[in-house]
Write a protein that binds this ligand. Structure first.
Ligand SMILES: Cc1ncc(COP(=O)(O)O)c(C=O)c1O
Length: 380
């Protein structure tokens, strides 16, 4: 199978010397947009492209509001901070995620507890969430507390793994029942929908990333999707150094953050956004090719069967840890970038969980998953 897979990937990305896991795709459009921004001199944290970019994303995601940030990690941290997550709190999330999810939690002073994932989505399992809450937590006066540590469960942050939508409706219902604010890490999921609703719009806030390896990029950047006007205003205020509007004086209402997306990055984002429908079509076509290929050989991809996914990163599940290692080495020898899933967060000392319950599905997927080249081809 390895040789045929190599041939498939080479055919999908003709003329590329090293085949990247996920590289950006630019044309004259982006160069012109960024050059125009430079000529305007509005390259920093103020400028017309910021609002325009935020409007495009808010409309595309039907989120009501969109608050842009320097990156997705800052967007996650800011969302948690703005809803009051703080020292001595617990935030529920999944161990199978990029470290940014865990780091944003630690940055607030809270500690993570990891909920196991479910397959084939590879994202937080609603049944495991409910089991943890029923067995280890108590509810009183709309506050959910972890019985052993006495800490408040201050938020739940599921992640839409590899762009494949999580079982977010079920997770949202459980969070509502237990009075836990839901913040979605939808960093990888721009263009992914469930029942016509965009990932990141099911909870209080949802976060997208526009890093260079995402489906579209602003160089570096992120955005917070938010339906609540008061919260959206607070997020903008906090991201903008918490400065009180005044024509002359520099007064700030509280400790703020300089998390603003520069206008220069927003100008790149606007040019990329115009191509998003084409990028999505192309990525769905790539996914179909992988799917057809792996079906022939009896392998499954991480996927979200009833959802409309952006298929950001096609991730195949190998039969054993040894086979995973062999595939990674085989593709590397042909200059084809592939990678394992993120090293589970619960195994990393600084990210250790407050609760010790086992995470068998997380361990299982980590030991078998290989993410494959998934860029939009140069010909698009
Ligand atoms: C799941 C997840 N969360 C958060 C982030 C953080 O985004 P950024 O790199 O823009 O800080 C990323 C991506 O990089 C991610 O994949």
């Amino acid at each position: 199978m390895f040789d045929q897979l190599k041939d498939l990937i080479l055919a999908m990305y003709p003329g590329e010397h090293t085949i990247a896991l996920h590289r950006p795709l630019f044309s004259q459009d982006e160069e012109s947009a960024v050059a125009a921004c430079i000529r305007s001199s509005y390259v920093s944290s103020i400028g017309p492209d910021i609002e325009k970019f935020e409007q495009h994303i808010a409309e595309f995601c039907s989120s009501g509001y969109a608050i842009s940030t320097v990156n997705g990690t800052a967007a996650l941290h800011l969302s948690l901070h703005a809803i009051g997550v703080s020292h001595n709190d617990i935030v529920l999330t999944q161990s199978l995620s990029f470290a940014a999810t865990g780091h944003a939690i630690l940055q607030t002073g809270a500690k993570p507890v990891y909920i196991d994932i479910t397959m084939p989505q590879g994202s937080m399992c609603p049944e495991a969430l409910l089991r943890f809450l029923s067995e280890e937590c108590r509810r009183q006066d709309d506050i959910c507390t972890h019985k052993i540590s006495g800490r408040r469960i201050a938020a739940c942050v599921p992640m839409h793994s590899f762009g494949e939508p999580a079982k977010i409706s079920q997770i949202e219902a459980i969070c509502r029942e237990w009075s836990i604010p839901l913040i979605e890490d939808a960093a990888e999921a721009l263009g992914s929908f469930i029942d016509g609703k965009h990932c990141g719009t099911f909870g209080l806030c949802g976060v997208l990333s526009f890093n260079g390896n995402k489906i579209m990029t602003t160089g570096a950047g992120g955005i917070i999707l938010c339906k609540n006007e008061a919260l959206a205003k607070r997020l903008k205020h906090l991201s903008t150094t918490a400065k009180i509007p005044d024509p002359f004086e520099f007064r700030h209402s509280e400790t703020g953050f300089n998390y603003r997306l520069p206008n220069l990055n927003a100008s790149l984002g606007i040019a990329q956004f115009r191509k998003l429908p084409n990028f999505l079509n192309s990525k769905r076509a790539i996914h179909r090719q992988y799917q057809t290929f792996f079906q022939r050989f009896g392998y499954e991809l991480v996927n979200s069967p009833e959802a409309e996914s952006n298929h950001w990163l096609n991730t195949v599940i190998m039969n054993s840890p040894d086979e995973k290692e062999s595939l990674l080495k085989f593709l590397k020898a042909y200059d084809i970038q592939a990678r394992p899933a993120w090293y589970p967060l619960h195994r990393q000392t600084h990210l250790q969980s407050v609760s010790e319950h086992p995470l068998p599905e997380t361990e299982w997927l980590y030991s078998r998953a290989v993410s494959l080249p998934s860029s939009v081809p140069l010909s698009v």
